[in-house]
Write a protein that binds this ligand. Structure first.
Ligand code: PEP
Ligand code: MN
Length: 362
């Protein structure tokens, strides 16, 4: 499904940098802290937007909830001092009003706000008739429609300078990430709306500064337009997200080490070779589809036999046996166990669906 968003070409309103780097502290804590951070992060010459949280949506009460409106001029001044536009998070109409009053250059909607259509609509209404770039972070839950809905609400009031920020998804499972990236979701959004600039926020995905270089490189390799990386002049004393904030020097190193790849290559040899390999992939995919089709016709027959003999569709032992045996086979040819398991689960689900259909038809 293609989205019908009216987005202005990012070349007209985003810094022409590859990639666009948004950096600055998680929270603006004092005039001095944001200014010093700005002066230091801008030394790399790679940062093109200064960020700083003013109102912080904290999970539990009694944590530092941001300095509030008082911090807006500090952020703006710090941006001016280094010649960078500034961006902050807004979660309601009052925040929008305060940002506009203080000439904040860009806004973003946080992950905890994107989940709530009432809040998003309130922000959209406050932005009616205003021409300011707005980024929408993905909702904390892995629901692409909430993300799309928020973009649509903001776009519907006339905001055409619109971007998306991928910051990962909250998950019950224990994982090495603070927020699971689920890369397939921003990729799906890009398919639905190819013109939208997609910025990755490796800081909130990683939750730990050690993982930031890896997540950043992955985002760049997935052709995302930019990165939002939290940086603090002294991360050890940061009042929010201390573990994931990098010192400006560390930021410089992360940016320096990033490998920027080209979207395309003009080399004839590369183009020919790629074409050859892709035609082999096309044939293999066709074979796979034919094999799946043969497999499904057998499933159909099995469904009929089970029905004739009044036997349940699910046969747990058989399923266990399949998983074990295929995992062994996959391992022998160097395929990842996780991939084969996910693929089999999909196939098994479809087989159950087909057999259920057969049973109900009879
Ligand atoms: C932030 O950018 O500091 C922030 C609170 O992010 P998120 O909305 O992604 O949690
Ligand atoms: Mn943060």
């Amino acid at each position: 499904m293609r989205l019908n968003l009216n987005i202005e070409n990012p070349d007209n309103w985003l810094p022409k940098k590859n990639p666009i780097i948004i950096s600055g502290p998680c929270s603006v804590e004092s005039e001095e802290q944001v200014l010093q951070t700005a002066l230091e992060v801008s030394k790399s010459n790679k940062v093109s937007i200064l960020r700083g949280g003013i109102w912080k949506p904290r999970t539990r009460p009694n944590s530092f909830e941001g300095v509030g409106e008082e911090g807006l001029p500090w952020l703006k001044q710090a941006g001016k001092a280094v010649g960078l536009p500034v961006a902050t998070e807004v979660a309601n109409a009052d925040h929008v009003e305060a940002c506009l009053k203080n000439n904040i250059d860009m806004l973003w909607i946080g992950a905890r706000t994107t989940v709530n259509p009432f809040s998003v609509q309130e922000i959209a209404d406050a932005l009616k008739g205003v021409d300011i770039p707005v980024f929408v972070k993905n909702p904390i839950t892995p629901d692409i429609n909430l993300w799309v809905g928020a973009l649509e609400r903001i776009n519907a009031v006339g905001i055409k300078k619109l971007g998306a920020i991928h910051r990962g998804f909250s998950s019950f499972d224990k994982s090495s990430y603070r927020n699971t990236p689920m890369w397939e979701i921003p990729i799906e959004l890009k398919l639905m709306c190819p013109q939208i600039p997609m910025i990755c926020d490796p800081s909130h995905i990683a939750g730990d500064k050690e993982l930031i270089p890896y997540v950043s490189q992955k985002a760049i390799d997935l052709d995302m337009e930019g990165l939002m990386i939290e940086s603090h002049i002294n991360p050890l004393v940061a009042r929010s997200d201390a573990k994931q904030q990098v010192a400006p020097l560390e930021l410089g190193k992360i940016l320096h080490d990033l490998i920027i790849r080209e979207k395309h290559s003009e080399s004839e040899e590369f183009i020919n070779k790629l074409e050859q390999l892709r035609s082999i992939i096309d044939e293999l995919d066709e074979e796979l589809i034919n094999k799946f089709s043969s497999r499904m016709s057998i499933i159909q027959k099995i469904g009929e036999y089970k029905h004739e003999n009044n036997v349940t569709i699910l046969q747990l032992e058989r399923w266990e046996q399949i998983l074990k045996n295929r995992s062994f086979l996959a391992d022998k040819v160097g395929l990842s166990d996780d991939f084969i398991k996910k693929m089999l689960e999909l196939v098994h689900q479809e087989s159950i669906r087909v057999q259920t259909q057969v049973m109900n038809q009879k």
